[in-house]
Every structure is written in C-alpha cells, then in structure tokens.
Design a protein around this ligand. Structure first.
Ligand code: NAD
Length: 480
C-alpha cells in the first residue's frame, strides 16, 4: 500500500520514527494508504532546511520566484484529473466538485500570488523639507502553514502561495485526514524548479507535528486554518513567542431570506450553500432565517429540492453529496442531529445515516438534513456542526433577525436575500461577519479580504493582505 513521504530539503523522506498512520477512504471505510507519523525531529529538520534556504529564496529576483510558482500551478493544472481523483478519494467529496472547484482553485491560488507579488508597492511619507520616510517590506523568514481537511489542496495552497510569493520559506502541514494532494504537490516541486528547502511538507498529527511547528522558535509566522478550539491552543502557544499569527477558524453562518427576495434563486442557492461539499465548507450557511410572510412557501420549496439531492459514491458523476470525511466526524454530526431532536426540533428531511451499498456499504454517508422548530439560542443553533445539517427559523423584523444572526460566538460569513438595496446596505453594515454575500454565495474575488470576526478568527487572508502578513514592515526615515 502507498506510503506518503515528507518533503524535507527537496527530498521525499520517511519520518524519523519510522511510524505511519492509517489513511482512510471515507467512501469505503477502508485504509488505502499510510501517512508519516512525524514528530519534532522531522519538524526540526524541515525548519533547518527552510532556514538555510531563506537567504537564496528571499534574495531571488521576484520575477524568478514568480516564474517558479507559475510553473508549479501549471503542473497541477496538467495533472488536474489525477489531483481531482486523489482529492475525492481522500476527502469523500464528489470527484466532479474536486475537478471543477478544489483543484482549479489551487491552480488559481498559486497563479494569483505569483503575479500579485510583481505588483506590490510601498508608501512614502514626506516631511516637507525635513525628511523622507519610506516603507520597506521584507519577508518574515520561515513561515508555518497549517491547513484543514475540508478543502485540502485549495486551502493548503491558499497559505503556501502568498508565503512563498512574499519570499518566505515554508514548513507546511496538511491535515492528517486528507494528506494526499499535498503529497502529490510535493512530487512536482523539483520539476517546477522550487529550490530545495524552500517548501517543506511534514505530515502527521496536529497535536504532535502541528504543535512542533507552532512552538519552534525559528518559525516566525503561523498561518492556520481549522477549528476555533485548535486556534485557541495555537494562539496560547505562539503569542508568548511573539510570532505573527493569522487564524481562520470556525463558523455558524446565517442565511437571511427576506420576503422580497428573488424566490427561485434564493431557494436554489440556499440549497447549494447548505449542502455543497457535504456542508463541510466553513462558509456554508447552517442557520436559515426566513421572513414569516414566505416561511411556509420557502420551507416547502427548499425541502423539495433538498430531497432530490443524490447522496452516493463520490466517484459517480451523478452523486451531488459524497461521503463525510471520517467516521469520527460522521458520529459528531449524527450526535448533533440527536441533540436537535432532544431540543425539540422536527426533522423535515434526512436525519440519518445512509448505506449506498456495494463498495460503499462501509462508507460514511449522511442524508441532507433540514430541521425546524428550534430556538435561535439552543446548542444546535449555536455550535458548529460542519456537516449536511441546517436549521430553518421564521422571523418578523430586521432588528429581530439581526439579533439572531449575531447571537453566536462566530462571525465568518452571512448571506442576505433581498431586492431592497437600502436594507441590503443597512444589514451588511450591522451583521458581525467578515464576509457578506448579497443575493449570491461563494462568489469569490481573490483580491478581497477574507476572514472572520469574533471566534471565527484573527487577521485577513486574500489579496495583498496575505502577502503583507508574511512580511515585516519597516519604516526608514532619512533626514535631509
Ligand atoms: P482542526 O482544527 O482539527 O485541524 C486543522 C489543522 O490543524 C490540521 O492540520 C490539524 O492537524 C492541525 N492541528 C490540530 N491540532 C493542532 C495543534 N494543537 N497544534 C497545531 N496544529 C494542530 O480542524 P479540522 O477539523 O481539520 O477542520 C475543520 C474546521 O476548520 C472547522 O471548524 C471549519 O470551520 C474550519 N475551517 C475554517 C476556514 C476559514 O477560512 N475560516 C476554512 C476551512 C475550515
């Protein structure tokens, strides 16, 4: 069976311990490959390689750095089918989704930052005839990038691309639950011309490998995407060491549907925003608030469309929903459906595990679930479930729905459906979320700031923000 290797100093190597972890195919429930169980020795080797490579990479002409990253993006594009299949098998997402969203976005991430880095500028502050201040941006050094399992290569490249384009060298760790596409990327680095030690990929557990990256004194910045609880642990470790920290964390996103919304579009897009990628996208709406005047009509149309979503083998093109990423995560989602029932919710559709049979008989599948009758402040409506489960609730006024929307510890994304422009502006200003989509969902421009408020994170990714994160700003003051 295939054994994934670490990429350290340009070489694919086994972990120091010689130990491996099992990697499951969530659609079959079977182990299909092995992941290095790396520890602090592997991380120390990777950090040393990154530190040694830093002078070469950070001093390289940015046009040359850019060309290498573009080559890497082109090689992923060339291997689109291979990457998409690997992502689908590793994560459980439909292969058509990996092919149309995840892998193309990984290509765009690398291309975007490779070219963005050519168009940066710095400011000057003139003090009339006395002096001139100018800003220098220099890469911070070795950057630690840690990513989750839901959009594996998409989010892995969303971090390493700006770090590398900014001139940092990188020690990165993909999720131990979905390591495969990061491994495939490591196999392309040499061909792309990435100098040895510039990008190091160490596989393993969060608490062991991840923590070793976060606590290593020579890692100057940590860019992390994952759960809010993990973010807390990382902040507690990195903050006393004064590392730069970017944290993209969990969400419990509200979808707000007003009576004047374009009904068909609001229903159709809300189905997508609830259940795409099995509901395992940090930007999925999980609390749908519907103005009372259209509540019953919306509910009927929404549930009808959800019932038509086909759950099944991720490798079949007609499966709209694939497998839940792991057995443990499946159990977590089912425990929340049980909780919703205990809290007085009515399951309008779904609510159970599915067995598609055949080779998928032991896979992890849950039917898309819509719940009504819960209060906005119960646990089901306050805690992140991160699966194909949404709760629908009626509201009467703007003030009321605003208080519901802002009632959780999270503040990542919100979706608003209304034809009233003034209301759209009013609500957008008051909703406590880093991203507001009006009459759309997941429409992304990579130049825009991306991130959350409150328990959803600290800092912003996207655009020049991410390049800046991986740099130190220095003011130079010259007296005339
Ligand atoms: P997770 O926090 O369990 O793990 C994320 C990564 O951190 C993994 O690589 C893991 O190995 C590592 N890790 C775990 N413990 C660590 C530790 N103590 N020190 C260092 N690294 C550690 O999250 P997950 O279950 O993989 O992903 C799901 C979560 O990610 C959800 O909460 C989701 O909302 C969130 N997410 C957020 C965004 C965003 O942009 N805000 C995007 C995607 C996912």
């Amino acid at each position: 069976m295939q054994k994934i290797q670490n990429l350290i100093n340009g070489e694919l190597v086994a972990p120091q311990s010689g130990e491996y972890l099992e990697n499951f195919n969530p659609a079959t429930g079977e182990v299909y490959s092995f992941i290095p169980d790396s520890d602090e020795r592997d991380v120390a080797n990777a950090v040393k390689a990154a530190k040694d490579a830093f002078p070469l990479w950070s001093n390289m002409q940015k046009e040359k750095r850019s060309a290498i990253l573009i080559r890497l993006s082109e090689l992923i594009q060339k291997n689109l089918d291979k990457f998409a299949l690997a992502e689908s098998i590793d994560n459980g997402k439909p292969v058509w989704l990996a092919k149309s969203v995840d892998i193309p976005r990984a290509v765009s991430n690398l291309h975007f930052y490779a070219t963005a880095s050519l168009h940066t500028h710095t400011e000057t502050h003139a003090m009339e005839a006395t002096a001139l201040n100018y800003t220098l941006n220099t890469p911070v050094g070795v950057a630690g990038c840690i990513s989750p399992w839901n959009l594996p290569l998409y989010l892995f490249t969303w971090k390493i691309a700006p770090a590398l384009a900014a001139g940092c060298t990188v020690v990165a760790k993909p999720s131990e639950i979905t390591p495969m596409t990061a491994y495939l990327l490591s196999e392309l680095c040499e061909e792309a011309g990435v100098p040895k030690g510039v990008l190091n990929i160490v596989h393993g557990l969060g608490t062991k490998t991840g923590m070793a990256i976060v606590s290593h004194p020579d890692v100057a910045a940590i860019s992390f995407t994952g759960g809010t609880k993990t973010g807390e642990v990382i902040a507690r470790t990195a903050a006393p060491m004064f590392k730069k920290l970017s944290l993209e964390l969990g969400g419990k996103n509200p979808n707000i549907i007003f009576g004047d919304a374009d009904f068909e579009k609001a229903v159709h897009t809300s189905v997508r925003s609830s259940f795409s990628n099995q509901g395992e996208i940090c930007l999925c709406g999980s609390r749908i608030f519907i103005e009372r005047s259209i509540y019953e009509k919306f509910k009927t149309a929404f549930v009808d469309e959800v019932k038509k979503l086909k759950v099944g083998d991720p490798l079949n093109d007609d499966s709209w929903i694939g497998a839940i990423v792991s057995k443990q995560h499946k159990e977590k989602i089912l425990s929340y459906i049980k909780l919703a029932r205990e809290e007085g919710g009515t399951i309008l559709c779904g609510g159970e595990e599915i067995n598609p049979g055949g080779k998928n008989a032991k896979g992890y599948f849950i039917s898309p679930t819509v719940i009504e009758g819960l209060s906005f402040d119960c646990r089901t409506n306050q805690e992140e479930i991160f699966g194909p489960v949404v709760s629908i609730m009626p509201f009467d006024t703007e003030e009321e729905v605003l208080s519901y929307a802002n009632s959780t510890q999270y503040g990542l994304a919100a979706t608003l459906w209304t034809q009233n422009l003034s209301r759209a502006h009013r609500m957008s200003a008051k909703i406590q979320c880093g991203i507001i989509w009006v009459n759309c969902w997941l429409l992304r421009d990579l130049r825009t700031p991306f991130g959350g408020m409150k328990g959803s994170g600290v800092g912003r990714e996207g655009g020049f923000e991410a390049l800046k994160f991986f740099m130190e700003e220095k003011n130079v003051c010259i007296k005339f």
